[in-house]
Design a protein around this ligand. Structure first.
Ligand SMILES: [Zn+2]
Length: 142
């Protein structure tokens, strides 16, 4: 598990790379279902990244891509965007954010543990050598 200090350091780095300042984040409250998981999300209404207890740095980077999406397409709620909240526009921003953060998009460790269509995109771009996400391996979908 990553510490609050590690999260803050990642957020600070992301802010400086993306021309932002003091992007808000919090841990999902312990009273809320899912707080104890890796599950994380960006709260578009309150402009805050919410992280599960087991969130990893690459999850922080993914949620930060939602922040950049939100700031760039302010008038558009992400679910209204073409392809939905994880559609083509989001993927382009994720690619941009991870390239800045890791120095090379290939170094984003979450490509094979993303939403399946994002994993497929990363495979097509040569970032990973399998189009199958970790969650789908050894299932009827792999
Ligand atoms: Zn997302």
């Amino acid at each position: 598990m990553i510490t609050d200090e590690e999260v803050q350091a990642a957020i600070d780095k992301l802010d400086s790379l993306n021309g932002r300042n003091k992007t808000k984040w919090e841990r999902i409250p312990t009273t809320r279902p899912g707080y104890n998981s890796r599950g994380s999300f960006y709260d578009e209404n309150n402009k805050i990244i919410c992280l599960g207890l087991k969130a990893r740095i690459d999850d922080v980077v993914h949620e930060y891509a939602h922040v950049v999406f939100d700031s760039r397409y302010r008038c558009l709620l992400s679910f209204q965007a073409e392809g939905g909240p994880h559609g083509a526009r989001f993927i382009a921003i994720l690619e941009e954010v991870v390239t800045k953060f890791y120095g090379d998009a290939k170094l984003y460790p979450n490509w094979d543990d993303e939403y399946p269509h994002i994993t497929g995109y990363a495979f097509a771009k040569g970032y990973i050598n399998t189009p199958i996400t970790k969650r789908l391996r050894n299932t009827e979908f792999s």
